[in-house]
Design a protein around this ligand. Structure first.
Ligand code: ASP
Length: 343
């Protein structure tokens, strides 16, 4: 008889495990064992589930790169003991965590599925039960002994997404996530339909983690009326190594001379500037319009169709591992973990 798959369920916090404080009326994290008591269905699964709870569960708005490192180390140390991993996480920064983990794992051959919910698991209309149960089923799914989804992904409201292609776009609906530039990896109905053609291939070698991250980055979001003071304050920040320039449309910005000069002088000082569109879908194409040609000329790196979440974590990752700006620039444009479509 085939052995039951083994899953490690990691609880970091988030609404899924919160209760309402009777005094303040605010949602706050609570004890993980009580969370599992709310889902007796899990005992009926032909899956061996072990759990690991963070000592202090957090609202994911308190997420920090140090916790991503802790998660990567935890999964590395338990990698041979389990067939898949499910991370319970608040939805607010889930897309950042999924993106960060995708860059931290090299040769991943087992599923790492992040999920959470919009309503706590103890509430009658919770979306948490379905999300948790199906995430476990996906993490345990295999074919001929090989994991079906050997990548870092997000499962939410009947849909499985590539983690580093997602963003949270809705704070009200149960469907909180989207992946506008990459197809769904799976859809859950009566059956779970996997989109095999779009799921990453398993890594062939041994799992390696690349846990280091460099936080010396910033996001500069364009808006009509942005002042030189604001731009210079960001580009002149102490220890700044890279900036995500959130541009209009296909990568466009104002053509005002002071702005182009500010960008040029930051690049001259060694700051890497990465162009990411503010649009939810589509790609940056520097030089398509006159309003982005000056960026290309100044040496701004086009970020193609990456999400801001993927861009933030990819920059933190590459800054920690690249030895030269040329290497960093080359890798930024390259598809490392399925996070961008190369032009
Ligand atoms: N604020 C919560 C968090 O991100 C929201 C959620 O869990 O959905 O932790």
């Amino acid at each position: 008889m085939a052995k039951s798959p083994r899953i490690l369920l990691i609880y970091t916090g988030g609404t899924i495990g919160m209760i309402r404080d009777p005094k303040s009326g605010q949602l706050k994290p609570f004890n993980f064992t009580r969370l599992l008591d709310e889902v007796p269905e899990l005992s009926k699964f032909d899956v061996k589930i072990s759990t690991h709870s963070f000592r202090t569960p957090i609202d994911s708005s308190d997420m920090q790169p140090e916790i991503w490192m802790e998660l990567a180390h935890l999964i590395e140390s338990e990698y041979n003991n389990y067939d898949g991993f499910v991370i319970l996480h608040g939805s607010d920064t889930m897309a950042f965590t999924a993106s960060a983990l995708s860059f931290m794992f090299e040769n991943l051959s087992k599923p790492v599925v992040l999920t959470g919910s919009q309503l706590p698991i103890g509430t009658i209309r919770t979306d948490g039960k379905e999300n948790l149960i199906t995430a476990i089923e996906i993490a345990a799914a295999s074919h001929k002994g090989k994991a079906i989804v050997p990548e870092v992904c997000v499962y939410f409201e009947y849909r499985l997404y590539r983690g580093n292609r997602t963003n949270k776009f809705n704070a009200e609906h149960f469907r909180a996530f989207q992946s506008p530039n990459y197809p769904l990896l799976a859809e859950a109905g009566i059956h779970i339909h996997y989109n095999h053609a779009h799921i990453s291939k398993a890594g062939k070698g041994k799992l390696k983690i690349l846990p280091l991250l460099d936080k010396n980055i910033a996001i500069l979001k364009m808006f009509p009326g942005i002042t030189p003071q604001v731009v210079n304050a960001i580009l002149g920040a102490e220890n700044l190594k890279a900036v995500i320039l959130e541009t209009y449309g296909s990568g466009n910005v104002t053509t005002e001379k002071w702005f182009t000069e500010a960008v040029k002088s930051a690049i001259k000082k060694g700051v890497v500037i990465l162009n990411i569109t503010q649009c939810a879908a589509g790609t940056v194409e520097q030089g398509r319009y006159q309003t982005s040609a000056q960026l290309e000329k100044a040496g701004v790196v086009g970020g193609a169709d990456m999400t801001t979440e993927a861009a933030v974590t990819k920059l933190m990752h590459l800054l920690a591992y690249c030895e030269t700006t040329a290497e960093l620039t080359r890798k930024l444009k390259k598809n490392l973990r399925g996070e961008l479509t190369e032009l």
